[in-house]
Design a binder for this molecule. Structure first.
Ligand code: NAD
Ligand code: FES
Length: 273
């Protein structure tokens, strides 16, 4: 059992949890993730480790389905059944001078540890961060500590540029030169970022979030196709060079369990009544 020692509601949909997990915390590097089970019957939820101390990890969870809504009901002092990790291959922090990072929505959570690792290495990082509105922009105070410039885009224009992150990216690449780009957010955003970056001969690294079950390369659910070869995001990633990724297949695969998820959400509604 793993104790929740801090919980912050970042907005209506997104919670930050600090969880006591010394063995996981000690071995964590940027890009690692954990799989949590809220209770013994719970589904497995993959969550990127955003930060760690010697004894605790910070994770950020968006309420998208039955299990993440159950997690969101947990409070400080309560326990989570399982926290398995650190999983995945840590992100490779390259020797470069200038990086342009693009974060979409809760994709800001997994991109933060990578930007922090670049900052610690002396790399200059500019960040384009986008969300549906001002309320859904997360971790801005943390990004301010590790980024040279931050450019904001919101779908409704409530703060920053009105529109998607890709609109800002196009402008920034016309004005500046970067050595590489990292992009984390909705798959369609990553796909579109990669298309723009290609026009400027800029390599992009992305973090893929297919459906995961075991997180150890056994179940095959998290498979992704890169240059017609199969990879498992849980053990070969989740960070990948974007070159050759079949983003369209990933978008299709993410829809597989929509029916079941809808049913689960209805059951959660019944439980609340
Ligand atoms: P969202 O749907 O509100 O989108 C966030 C931002 O992404 C938008 O504000 C916009 O700037 C950009 N965006 C969206 N669609 C775009 C498009 N068609 N073209 C260009 N830019 C676009 O995000 P949300 O509700 O916070 O959901 C976050 C998404 O990120 C989920 O789909 C989740 O699965 C994914 N995610 C990915 C990872 C990962 O490791 N890749 C981690 C966490 C979350
Ligand atoms: Fe099962 Fe990756 S989650 S193989």
């Amino acid at each position: 059992m793993y104790k929740i020692i801090e919980k912050i509601a970042l907005n209506d949909d997104v919670d930050l949890f600090v969880i006591e997990a010394p063995l996981v915390a000690k071995n964590t590097l940027a890009g690692n993730f954990v799989i949590v089970r809220v209770d013994k019957d719970g589904e497995r939820i993959p969550l990127t480790i955003v930060e760690n101390t010697d004894t605790s990890i910070t994770v950020i969870s968006q309420k998208v389905g039955f299990s993440t809504k159950m997690l969101s009901k947990k409070n400080i002092g309560e326990y989570i059944e399982d926290v398995v990790g650190p999983l995945g291959v840590p992100a490779e922090i390259k020797n470069v001078k200038k990086v342009i990072a693009v974060a979409g929505g809760v994709g800001a959570a997994p991109i933060y540890p990578q930007i922090k690792a670049y900052y610690k290495k002396g790399t200059e990082v500019d960040l384009i961060i986008g969300a549906s509105n001002k309320q859904h922009l997360i971790l801005l105070d943390k990004f301010q500590e590790v980024c040279k410039n931050i450019y904001i885009a919101t779908d409704d224009g409530s703060i920053g540029e009105k529109g998607f992150v890709t609109k800002v990216l196009q402008k920034k690449l016309e004005e500046n030169t970067y050595d590489l780009s990292i992009a984390i957010g909705p798959v369609i955003m990553m796909k579109n970022v990669v298309e723009i970056n290609k026009k400027f001969n800029l390599k992009t690294f992305v973090s893929l979030n297919p459906i995961m079950i075991d997180g150890t390369g056994m179940c095959g659910n998290c498979r992704v196709t890169i240059h017609n070869k199969t990879y498992f995001a849980c053990v070969d990633g989740p960070d990948f060079d974007s070159d050759g990724i079949d983003f369209n297949e990933l978008i299709q695969r993410q829809k597989y369990y929509h029916e079941e998820e809808h049913e689960c959400n209805l059951r959660l509604g019944e439980k609340d009544d």
